[in-house]
Design a protein around this ligand. Structure first.
Ligand code: DMJ
Length: 643
């Protein structure tokens, strides 16, 4: 027979179907074709049956899946605590009443599975009718929906941000050509500092201008956080160095990462990074700065996890573990460090709508308010475990300085509504005047340091910022003593200028004495250095704004020339080790605050007052301008002072 050869598959499986084929040889091929369909039909029916049996028969793995959370619906009577949760025990009990219930459940499931299956098939059919582009468009719409949902989840609604007039008419450019030239010279110095950092230290925290490489100190931890970039941004912006600003912004956007295993100073990171980022945000409106500031602030929050809520000096950005400086009296935190967070943290709460930052700093304030103060003075050391003062050492310079500054600025920043801060400032300044401020034999007003009941007649370069602070706080002072405080500011400015003028380089030493015939001169070798600090120039600028006495511009120009002559090197600017030596040696560090503060204050000193007017802007202690918050009609959660 040749038939099997014609239909080899069918013939081999079901030879009986070939029986009649030989009787109708002319229909043979047609009949074989029908047989083929019949066979296929039977085969597919068989497969469907097998599949159905396989699919609908109970199996333990399926039930285990339902056990994960639906056991109350599926097997409500089973006592799971006795192991009845497993399918095995359910089936063993599957007699009588239980068996009936079980069958019902299975039927219900089958119906549901069938319905789901049909629905899925329908959807698939519909999908297949659509073109590839239509399907892609649908997927994209779905994706966008998810992104929008995520965004909604992450960000709370933000309050409107007030952006005061930024940089005045004509960018504060002075009409007088001589002043303009001086201002241009300062801008050129900024460019020299930036360009060299850009070339030799990019991404590092600071620059070694002689070795021409990156530099860092322990305050920034052990990672490259581009401190100079962040600190310099607003100065670049104010000076109109927009290309440089954009370079900095790009680096921050792409590289500034806070998930690093690095132990940083909470204070320094706050004033330089958070302050710098917030100012850059307010000036430029670029969201990236706000986002980075908020991210970083989140990393600082674990530092507040102490028994008192007084933060540790240092925190590891990754682990959140905090500790204090080994040198601080009795494991204490430092007044100028935990007391210099207020401005930035209030702005963070304002921008995010999250009161957590505000609450942290208000807690510190409340705690300080309750404490006894020896002679009304705040000691520099406070133990965060016990809440007790450490060594009774009070200073308006290092360790204490910016705590007083931030009391005054909290009041100014709140549009003068935070009267609690103003009162604390007034009380503190009264005690300082009584116990620390003296006139030298030569008639120079100085601010000494209080150490265990004894006045040390020594003033630090850092203390010189206080001249500007007194002037800034004159308006609104208690008993209408504005004239007195303006005068005090002028006297401090004069004393600090003397400390510069009595040196060989016309640059100020780190600390100077008023003792044993010595007046405003450093005595110890290790106090003769100048590290590009801003405080004296800062005071000149505030005094200029409040008095317009040309001597402040004159003094500022003397300092500019001295810096350019003695601190400028081809690779940037360096500090000098001895301001009394005619051949100074360099310390080979270009500090980030030189770009953030020293050059900014100099530039402002030679600009018109409408460049960052003090009615609208308050400068943080690192010279980063933050806008006054007109909160009279706004509620900042948990903040009665602002209501
Ligand atoms: C700056 O980082 C800040 O001004 C701080 O408050 C103390 N001093 C340095 C610069 O001298």
């Amino acid at each position: 027979m040749s038939a099997p050869a014609l239909l080899p598959l069918a013939g081999r499986r079901l030879p009986a179907l070939n029986l009649g084929a030989s009787s109708f040889p002319h229909h043979r091929a047609t009949l074989r074709l029908s047989e083929k369909f019949i066979l296929l039909l039977i085969l597919s029916a068989f497969i469907t049956l097998c599949f159905g049996a396989f699919f609908f028969l109970p199996d333990s793995s399926k039930h285990k899946r339902f056990d994960l959370g639906l056991e109350d619906v599926l097997i409500p009577h089973v006592d799971t605590s006795k192991g009845g949760k497993h399918l095995g025990s359910f089936l063993i009990h599957g007699q009588g009443h239980d068996e009936h219930r079980h069958r019902e459940e299975e039927e219900r499931l089958r119906i549901k599975i069938r319905a789901d299956h049909e629905k899925a098939l329908e959807e698939a059919k519909e999908k297949l009718k659509k073109s590839r582009d239509e399907i892609q468009a649908e997927i994209q719409t779905e994706k966008n929906k998810v992104v929008q949902e995520l965004k909604k989840k992450d960000s709370k609604p933000l309050p409107p941000v007030p952006l005061p007039n930024l940089v005045g008419i004509n960018s504060g450019e002075p009409a007088d050509p001589d002043i303009r030239e001086k201002r241009n010279k300062i801008k050129e110095m900024m460019k020299h500092a930036w360009d060299n950092y850009r070339q030799y230290g990019w991404g590092h925290n600071e620059l070694k201008p002689i070795a021409r490489k990156g530099h860092s100190t322990n305050i920034f931890g052990n990672s490259q956080m581009g401190a100079t970039i962040v600190d310099a941004l607003d100065t670049l912006y104010i000076m109109g160095l927009r290309d440089e600003f954009r370079e900095g912004q790009e680096w921050i956007d792409k590289n500034l990462d806070f998930s690093v295993n690095s132990e940083v100073s909470v204070f320094e990171v706050n004033i330089r990074f958070i302050g710098g980022l917030l100012a850059a945000y307010y000036l430029s409106g670029q969201e990236v700065f706000k986002i980075k500031a908020v991210q970083l602030a989140g990393k600082l929050l674990p530092a507040f996890n102490t028994p008192t809520g007084i933060p540790w000096a240092m925190v590891n950005l990754k682990s959140g573990v905090g500790r204090n400086w080994g040198w601080a009296s009795a494991g204490s935190s430092i007044l100028a460090e935990f007391g210099t967070l207020h401005m930035e943290f209030v702005h963070l709460s304002y921008l995010t709508g999250d009161p957590v930052y505000y609450n942290k700093v208000m807690h510190i304030r409340k705690l300080l308010q309750k404490m006894d103060r020896p002679n009304g003075l705040y000691p520099n050391y406070l133990n965060p475990r016990t809440g007790r003062w450490g060594q009774h050492h009070t200073s308006v310079g290092g360790l204490g300085d910016s705590f007083y500054e931030y009391l005054l600025k909290a009041w100014l920043m709140s549009d003068k509504t935070d009267t609690e801060a103003r009162k604390m400032y007034d009380d503190a300044i009264e005690a300082i005047e009584k116990h620390l401020i003296r006139k030298s034999n030569g008639g120079l007003t100085f601010i000494g340091e209080w150490k265990n009941g004894h006045l040390e007649r020594k003033m630090g370069h850092l203390t010189c910022f206080a001249g500007g602070m007194f002037a800034l706080g004159a308006d609104g002072s208690r008993d209408d003593k504005a004239g007195h405080y303006l005068q005090l500011g002028a006297e401090i400015a004069h004393t600090c200028h003397e400390s510069y003028d009595r040196t060989t380089l016309k640059l100020g030493p780190e600390a100077f004495k008023f003792d044993g015939g010595v007046e405003a001169v450093a005595v110890r070798q290790n106090e003769k250095y100048y590290i590009l600090r801003p405080e004296v120039i800062e005071t000149y600028w505030y005094m200029w704004r409040f008095t317009h006495d040309p001597k402040y511009r004159q003094w500022g120009w003397e300092a500019t020339q001295a810096i350019d002559k003695y601190c400028r090197v081809s690779g940037g600017f360096s500090g000098v080790k001895d301001v009394y030596s005619s051949s100074p040696t360099y310390d080979d560090v270009q500090q980030s605050f030189f770009l953030a503060e020293t050059l900014k204050y100099l530039y402002l000193l030679f600009s018109n007052d409408d460049l960052l007017p003090l009615d609208n802007w308050v400068f943080n202690t690192e010279a980063h301008p933050l806008p006054v918050l007109h909160l009279a009609n706004t509620t900042l959660s948990g903040n009665p002072a602002y209501r």
